[in-house]
Write a protein that binds this ligand. Sequence first.
Ligand SMILES: NC(=O)c1ccc[n+]([C@@H]2O[C@H](COP(=O)([O-])OP(=O)(O)OC[C@H]3O[C@@H](n4cnc5c(N)ncnc54)[C@H](O)[C@@H]3O)[C@@H](O)[C@H]2O)c1
Ligand SMILES: O=S(=O)(O)c1ccc(CO)cc1
Length: 484
Amino acid sequence: MKQFLNFINGEFVATAKTFDNRNPATNEVVGQVHEAGQAEVDAAVAAGRAALKGEWGTMSVVKRAELLHAVADEINRRFDDFLAAELADTGKPRSLASHIDIPRGAANFKIFADIVKNVPTESFQMTTPDGGTAISYGLRTPLGVVGVICPWNLPLLLMTWKVGPALACGNTVIVKPSEETPATATLLGEVMNAVGVPKGVYQVLHGFGPGSAGEFITKHPGVNGITFTGETRTGEAIMAAAAKGVRPVSFELGGKNAGIVFADADFDKAIAGITRSAFENCGQVCLGTERVYVQRPIFDKFVAALKAKAEGLKIGGPDMPGVGIGPLISAEHKQKVMGYYAKAKAEGATVITGGGEPAMTGEYANGHFVQPTIWTGLPESASVIREEIFGPCCHIAPFDTEEEAIALANATDYGLATTVWTQDLGKAHRMAAAIEVGLCWINSWFLRDLRTAFGGSKASGIGREGGVHSLEFYTELRNVMVKL
Ligand SMILES: NC(=O)c1ccc[n+]([C@@H]2O[C@H](COP(=O)([O-])OP(=O)(O)OC[C@H]3O[C@@H](n4cnc5c(N)ncnc54)[C@H](O)[C@@H]3O)[C@@H](O)[C@H]2O)c1
Ligand SMILES: O=S(=O)(O)c1ccc(CO)cc1
């Protein structure tokens, strides 16, 4: 049985307390995870602080960037190991993990290394009151030891999306992977040692949130900042922990994203786009669409076409030929999603397709699979329209005017992402300006340029990461004023 150990100061460390790691496609126990307690958190913080004062703290940006390129190359060299680890942890289709999770996970190290190497700081020349001259310039210094608290939906990608820029900026990191997906973060420890990243720079502590590694890391006074991706409620708890010592946070939180399809959209492209945004990764994507609004003239045609797409998705494990939809992450999450399926019916939804569990056989008989599901006919007050489900499901409602679509999209506490489908460019830009989100896709979804800002507004997050924006969180910007 696999043992997922903590990675502290360059060493793999076992603890006395372990918990099971299950494969969600089969529900089999595939490993034991060693839970870190306060002592391991203290040790990791001490090692992270020591590394800041050692070789890592004085390393040139160029050398750091070279090391991070080597990390990416080593992940790619061990691509099959990372892929196998991610598939065992998540059960997602192999095609998805091999095209998105692993390559993008590796690329995050190269991209942020190159950004930090090339981005200048600001500089101004001014005339002083006595008629002389002064120049000021910005100096970026690392934040220090950064706590990186991760979710389970895109484990390697979302972890490296934060570790890449944090290390590129000269910080040390303590990663707490989700208790559901410990594998790739642990494997990355081997990569760090193999390419010579100094001890204490990258560390991994396993465990849960409250009363476990998550809480101990975020409350630790030796942790200088916390970057977190996960549920909004968890963000509130972490923000309270970070208030002690007034430590900065960067939050990527939940969403209840609207997809808006106008009658003038390219119909086939809109259907393909919403199929992906509602069902990809079994709906376990924060950017996914759980509320779809379709302009009335094409409403019935759209519902019928999306139903056909949903019913065409093959449900199964990572290597099932033609698989389009994998399992949910855990029995607990399946129970939550099935609870919403029941609630939708109880609140009067018309179930267009799905709403239950697929009949799975053989090795997948006990996996956490659910049917992709589409509802219509609910009032906007219904639970499945208000609350984030994080499953392969959406409600579709008709709208008549642009103003109505904007009001519907904005009627939520969340503000993460939207996808708008129209061939009218003027309307597209008006929608982008009016919808209160951090990310607005027009005639596309999850199309990313890693130089751009990423993050949510309202209850969907605090701050922006991505490209140069990551530097705002992972460094302190000091201004130096020189009187000449
Ligand atoms: N906005 C984004 O970019 C983005 C991306 C991916 C996922 N998400 C969100 O993440 C959620 C799904 O992920 P999840 O279920 O893993 O989220 P979660 O909030 O339950 O857990 C995330 C991490 O926080 C840890 N944690 C939980 N309680 C904690 C506490 N009190 N203190 C410290 N750490 C704690 C968990 O152990 C885990 O590692 C969804 O809400 C989804 O929308 C957002
Ligand atoms: O920048 S990306 O790697 O594309 C990315 C994707 C998803 C999320 C959160 O779900 C963050 C960054």
